[in-house]
Design a protein around this ligand. Structure first.
Ligand code: SF4
Length: 186
């Protein structure tokens, strides 16, 4: 135990005596969620390669607590969609999203996933927001790893500051209803 006396004028908010810090449960949960996002990479084409570069040593997504990839939707809370999504594949993406437990976030990487990109054809989905809600978009074709990191930081901001009752709020339930995603699925 230290004998240092802390000057109360300079103590951080919430400090009460030695080794004790008062905070709010929502802040602790926000901090934990922010720094332990488990991404599910849904990569279909070239944007996926850029994502691999983001995971590698030079950029190292692990610095943000997200090095643990999850290829099981039930053990993931961040769906990262990268690449061209054909209409044939769309139901699979939707099923993956539906199998993820709340809270879940969606990061949409690159022009193809965001809007179909250059593939304005009968077979390509013109943006994944036609089938699932998106939290953050990363522009580019392909986006650079720095942009992927920026996108992740924005998701972290959402995860940290989102109230844990948001998912029970009418606005969120209405959003899910608009997409035809029901409570019974989870
Ligand atoms: S946005 Fe560009 S780089 Fe990304 S999948 Fe589409 S064509 Fe490839």
């Amino acid at each position: 135990m230290s004998n240092i006396i802390i000057d109360s004028k300079h103590e951080p908010p919430g400090l009460r005596g030695e080794g004790f810090f008062a905070t709010k449960l929502s802040d602790v949960i926000g901090l934990a969620r922010k720094n332990s996002l488990w991404p599910l990479p849904f990569a279909t084409s070239c944007c996926g390669i850029e994502f691999m570069a983001t995971m590698a040593a030079n950029y190292d997504l692990g610095r943000f607590g997200s090095e643990r990839m999850s290829f099981s939707p039930r053990q993931a809370d961040l769906l990262m969609v990268m690449g061209t999504i054909s209409k044939k594949l769309a139901p699979v993406l939707r099923q993956v999203y539906e199998q993820m437990a709340e809270p879940r976030w969606v990061l949409c990487m690159g022009a193809c996933a965001s809007s179909g990109g250059i593939f304005d054809t009968y077979s390509v989905l013109q943006g994944i927001d036609r089938i699932i809600p998106v939290d953050v978009y990363i522009p580019g074709c392909p986006p650079r790893p720095e942009q992927v990191l920026d996108g992740l930081l924005r998701i972290q901001e959402l995860a940290q500051n989102e109230s844990f009752s948001r998912r029970d709020k009418p606005a969120y339930k209405e959003l899910m209803r608009d997409y035809g995603i029901g409570d019974e699925i989870n």
